[in-house]
Design a protein around this ligand. Structure first.
Ligand code: AMP
Length: 210
C-alpha cells in the first residue's frame, strides 16, 4: 500500500496516520515529525527549518523533497508507506510522482480528510502533544501527562493563534490545489473528518478497500 494523507492542519492526519500505519503494517512518514525531531536535536536541518515552522510557513520544497527521498531509501519502504504532511505543494507532488515512476510504482490512494475551517481552528487551539512519545491529545480534560508514556504534554509552537491563521492560509493557497491534482489521476478518496477518531478511521478503511 502506498498512501498519501491530505488535509488541512488539524484535520486529524497524524492521529489517523498512526492507526492506518498499524492496520496496514506500513511505515508512517510524517515530514512534520522528521522536521520537529531535527529541531529538537539542533541539527543543521533543524536550525534552518525552525524559523519557517514557528511562523507557520512551509519549509522550502527542495529541503523537504530531500528528506523524503532519503527516508524512501530505508528498506521498510519496500512494503509501502503512508505519507502524512507530504506532498504539500504541486512541486512536491511532481517530485513524488517522479520518484515513484523511477521505481516503477504508483500511489494506491490519496485520502483527503475534509473538515471545515472553524472546526480545525478549534482542534488546533486545544491540541497538546506528548513531548516524549509524540502522542496527540485534545486538552478538553486537564491532564498534564501523557496517558501512554507519562511524558509532559506540551502545546506545539505553531499551534499559537497567529501561526494557526498563517498555516490555514498556506494550506488554502499551496496544498488545497493538490485535491484537484490527485482527482485527475483517479486516486483521490474524499473522506469526512468530522466525528470520533474511530468513525473517521472506519470511513478511511472503507475508502481504502474500494
Ligand atoms: P505538520 O506536523 O505536518 O503540521 O507540519 C508542521 C510544519 O512543518 C509545517 O507547518 C511546515 O512548516 C513544516 N512542514 C511539514 N511538512 C512539510 C512539507 N511537506 N513541506 C513544507 N513544509 C513542511
Amino acid at each position: 500500500m502506498r498512501i498519501v494523507l491530505l488535509g488541512a492542519p488539524g484535520a486529524g492526519k497524524g492521529t489517523q496516520a498512526a492507526k492506518i500505519s498499524e492496520r496496514y503494517g506500513i511505515p508512517h512518514i510524517s515530514t512534520g515529525d522528521i522536521l520537529r525531531e531535527a529541531v529538537k536535536q539542533g541539527t543543521e536541518l533543524g536550525r534552518s527549518a525552525q524559523a519557517y515552522m514557528s511562523r507557520g510557513e512551509l519549509v522550502p520544497d527542495e529541503v523537504v523533497i530531500g528528506i523524503v527521498a532519503e527516508r524512501f531509501r530505508r528498506t521498510d519502504c519496500a512494503k509501502g508507506f503512508l505519507l502524512d504532511g507530504f506532498p504539500r505543494t504541486v512541486a512536491q507532488a511532481k517530485a513524488l510522482d517522479k520518484a515513484l515512476a523511477e521505481s516503477n510504482c504508483a500511489l494506491d490512494a490519496v485520502i483527503s480528510l475534509e473538515v471545515d475551517e472553524a472546526e480545525v481552528v478549534r482542534r488546533l487551539s486545544s491540541r497538546r502533544v506528548c513531548g516524549t512519545c509524540g502522542a496527540i491529545v485534545s486538552s478538553t480534560g486537564d491532564a498534564q501527562k501523557c496517558a501512554s508514556c507519562g511524558g509532559e504534554l506540551i502545546t506545539r509552537s505553531d499551534d499559537q493563534p497567529e501561526a494557526i491563521r498563517r498555516r490555514l492560509q498556506v494550506y488554502r493557497e499551496q496544498t488545497e490545489p493538490l485535491v484537484e491534482y490527485y482527482s485527475e489521476s483517479g486516486v483521490l478518496r474524499r473522506v469526512s473528518a468530522v466525528g470520533t477518531v474511530d468513525e473517521v478511521f472506519d470511513r478511511i478503511s472503507q475508502a481504502l478497500n474500494h
